[in-house]
Design a protein around this ligand. Structure first.
Ligand code: NIG
Ligand code: FE
Length: 405
């Protein structure tokens, strides 16, 4: 068999997780496997014994029994921001509530102040180390939201920073416009004017740079009706929809996400059985964020219940300075297993294929011919070591679009 010129051949992979069900099971595992990439794409996967010997590889790696998994797809982050909120973390651990801190002008508003003071260069410099850490920890694609500007200029600057970081780092970033994170501080007694600003001038400027529109639909942020209006305006500008729903309480956002046919419904901690049934029917992906409940000392998302309701599940870090300053998907995979009731296989699937589906991306999350060659060689013989050893099974090598990072 003759292959296209191969740039990378990895052989003697103890356990190759393909997420391709034609190889059997949820994860499509091939043992003693090999994978060949040409340029940024996978061109061949199979047993090492069947590896075509005429591949003229530029780079050959003997995995010596290590496991290889698809690169993690982190489908929900707020990883571009200035400052930090370590002081508030200490207050919350001493008993203060997230909602009270927000209502008194802290929380998201504190990060908005720091982000408004930052220049574009400041924002890029503050965020690149987080993005780099994500990448070396195995995340090859990440969504990043705006939402710490809450005025036209700073929301634009955040989206410009996301695009700039996407250009200067190997990771692929997917920008989301979240002007409707909370009501802008200048508009607290004029919330309908803020909603008009988001749907009008802010969206008009943001839409060309963004792929998705998001709204924090919650008692502490935007109502169901406001969310419906903002989503509709975003769709008219060509953006797909993802929503923060039922995070702090059940306000009906999960049902709304299903009704609107959103690409993803994120958090869904307080969703009812009926809400989950509606999500399953709509084909909306639930993005679970177990790092948030860990850092908020709240009940973890019931991943078992969501998965068993037939909903497509993704897990993500929610990396943000308030509710989860978490950059590594391996930690979240472990939390999803230990605290949210997913099996190690389900959690890995949710962190890879599930994340890709949550971003509407069909070219990644699976290691099969034609897909992006985004993968991680683990310092372990099985992917199960990710959840089993939450601080141990680190990536040995990260490969992004066929190149070693
Ligand atoms: O996903 N829920 C709203 N947004 C973030 C928190 C943002 C922040 O506190 O800075 C979240 O948890
Ligand atoms: Fe979030």
């Amino acid at each position: 068999m003759t292959l296209a010129p191969a740039s990378l051949v990895i052989s003697h992979i103890g356990e190759l997780v393909t997420n391709d069900p034609t190889h059997g099971g949820l994860l499509g595992v091939i043992e003693d496997a090999a994978i060949v990439a040409s340029g940024d794409r996978v061109v061949w996967v199979g047993p090492t014994s069947e590896l075509p010997d005429d591949t003229d590889a530029i780079q050959r790696i003997d995995a010596a029994g290590a496991a290889v998994v698809p690169g993690f797809v982190d489908a929900h982050t707020h990883a571009v921001f200035a400052g930090d909120r370590a002081d508030e973390f200490a207050m919350r651990m001493a008993g203060a509530s997230y909602e009270d801190i927000l209502a008194s002008g802290g929380g998201i508003y504190s990060t908005v102040r720091a982000t408004r003071e930052a220049t574009l260069q400041d924002l890029v410099s503050a965020s690149v180390p987080r993005i780099d850490h994500m990448l070396v920890s195995g995340t090859t694609t990440a969504e990043v939201k705006s939402g710490y500007g809450l005025d036209v200029e700073t929301e634009m600057q955040m989206l410009e920073a996301i695009v700039a970081i996407d250009d200067i780092t190997p990771i692929d970033l997917v920008p989301t416009f979240l002007g409707a994170h909370v009501v802008g501080p200048e508009y607290k007694d004029r919330r309908s004017e803020y909603v008009d600003l988001v749907m009008g001038p802010m969206l008009e400027r943001a839409a060309p740079l963004a792929r998705f529109i998001d709204v924090f639909c919650d008692d502490a942020a935007f109502t169901i009706d406001e969310t419906r209006a903002i989503v509709s305006a975003g769709r008219n500008r060509g953006l797909d929809v993802r929503l923060h729903v039922d995070q702090l309480s059940r306000s009906g956002g999960t049902a709304l996400a299903a009704e609107l046919g959103a690409t993803s419904a994120d958090h869904v901690d307080h969703a009812s059985d009926e809400d989950l049934a509606a999500l399953a029917l709509a084909g909306t992906v639930a993005v679970l964020l177990p790092g948030v409940s860990y850092a908020m000392r709240s009940a973890p998302p019931d991943g078992r219940k969501v998965w068993d309701a037939g909903v497509t599940v993704a897990i993500a870090t929610d990396c943000n300075p308030g509710t989860a300053y978490v950059e590594t998907m391996s930690f979240v995979i472990s939390l999803a297993v230990v605290t949210s009731g997913l099996t190690p296989d389900e959690a890995l699937w949710a962190a890879t294929k599930g994340g890709a589906l949550a971003l509407g991306l069909t070219d990644r999350g699976v290691l099969a011919p034609g897909m992006l060659a985004d993968m991680v060689i683990l310092d372990a013989p099985s992917h199960r070591h990710i959840s089993y050893r939450p601080d141990g099974a680190l990536p040995l090598e990260v490969i992004k679009r066929g190149s070693l990072v």
